[in-house]
Design a protein around this ligand. Structure first.
Ligand SMILES: [Zn+2]
Length: 366
């Protein structure tokens, strides 16, 4: 994450209860030999899961697969789920092969149930009623309130979670998808764990991350990742500008640390969300940025404006303005280096443009 989640981030009650229900079910399965109502909690959420035929069927399929695999598998699955509920601890010491003890049918049945709980069961009205009446859109609106996390994606800082539309009731606002930090396919028992689900922008969630494993690179090497609730990259990144004399200076994102573990987490974050390539892609033309963001009237104005834009933003701005973090870093970097040759070149280009009549500028303000 570029920014960690706010300390007052609300946990989604539907996820909390479904997660607890799943754990209860797996625990009860250890000493039960028939698929019955007694496997579920004596609560409204237990009623809702048992009372919904497709949800019940998914539980039944897992129960049958576990029953066929035997008591050892049941007991181990229960212990794995019970002993890994603390996600902060899990991020600190990830277990990458949690389900190696299970056979293929059990794994498939577990995945299928957990995916269903997330995709369908969470939206059932009896489940929402059992969780205090708040559905996922209500939770999203609470999550992105300006006093809590705001509307900017925590992973990248580049994009709104979802556009806010005036005159539309909260319940009908668009919402962002929730990302499973630990993806459903590799870590099914966290599919409805309330600490595993984070609303992200569509680029982070759908284009960049997909089902990438936070703790294992696709080349097989093990790695660590920032825990979204209390770790982030914001103080560890900076922008570097090279070759300012070239027609196209290069703008690069670099890491401001030598700590081995922090570098590992930064590289994971970068690989998962494609941070560097997105920022460097956006910043591929310094001239275009100066023209679009600064709109300088002359070289003195350009220097002054760079220094204005280099001032750090308030937290409030970072929570509501796309790209604000990154542009400030860029202008801060520009302010730190000797921009004289760049400004002289810029001046020259402007004058050439004017004499050639190709560069359209509002000269009335000069
Ligand atoms: Zn994002």
């Amino acid at each position: 994450m570029l920014f960690h989640l706010a300390a007052n981030t609300p946990r989604f009650e539907v996820f909390r209860l479904l997660n607890a229900e799943l754990l209860h079910f797996i625990e009860q399965s250890v000493d039960t030999n028939a698929f019955e109502r007694v496997l579920f909690t004596q609560s409204a959420i237990g009623d809702a899961c048992w009372g919904n035929a497709p949800t019940r069927e998914k539980f039944n399929l897992l129960f049958s697969a576990l029953q066929a695999a035997g008591n050892n598998t049941k007991q181990q699955l229960f212990e794995v789920m019970r002993d890994n509920q603390d996600l902060e601890a899990f991020f600190g010491a990830p277990k990458r092969n949690l389900f190696d003890f299970m056979n293929e049918p059990c794994r498939e049945a577990l995945k299928s149930l957990c995916t269903y709980l997330y995709c369908a069961t969470k939206d059932l009205q009896p489940v929402i009623n059992a969780s205090g009446g708040l559905d996922i859109t209500d939770h999203f609106n609470d999550y992105r309130a300006q006093s809590i996390n705001g509307n900017i994606c925590k992973a990248c800082g580049m994009k709104e979670l979802a556009p806010f539309r005036a005159g539309i009731p909260d319940g009908d606002q668009w919402r962002a998808d929730y990302d499973h930090q630990l993806c459903k396919s590799k870590y099914p028992i966290f599919a409805v764990h309330p600490d595993n689900l984070v609303p992200l922008c569509d680029v982070c969630n759908q284009d960049a991350k997909k089902a990438k494993d936070l703790f294992r690179h696709k080349n097989g090497t093990e790695r660590l990742a920032f825990y979204p609730f209390n770790e982030d990259a914001q103080a560890l990144v900076e922008i570097e500008i090279d070759n300012l004399r070239d027609p196209e200076p290069t703008i690069k994102v670099t890491w401001r640390t030598r700590g081995v573990m922090l570098l590992d987490k930064l590289n994971t974050w970068d690989e998962i969300y494609e941070i560097r390539s997105r920022v460097e892609g956006r910043f591929r033309s310094l001239e275009a940025i100066i023209e679009d963001e600064i709109r300088p009237r002359n070289s003195a104005h350009l220097v002054r404006r760079i220094s204005d834009e280099a001032r750090p933003h308030t937290i409030a701005t970072l929570k509501r303005k796309e790209w604000a973090f990154w542009y400030q870093k860029l202008f801060f970097a520009l302010e730190q280096i000797d921009t004289t040759p760049f400004i002289a070149k810029w001046d020259f280009v402007q004058k050439q443009g004017e004499s050639g009549g190709e560069f359209i500028l509002d000269t009335a303000f000069r």
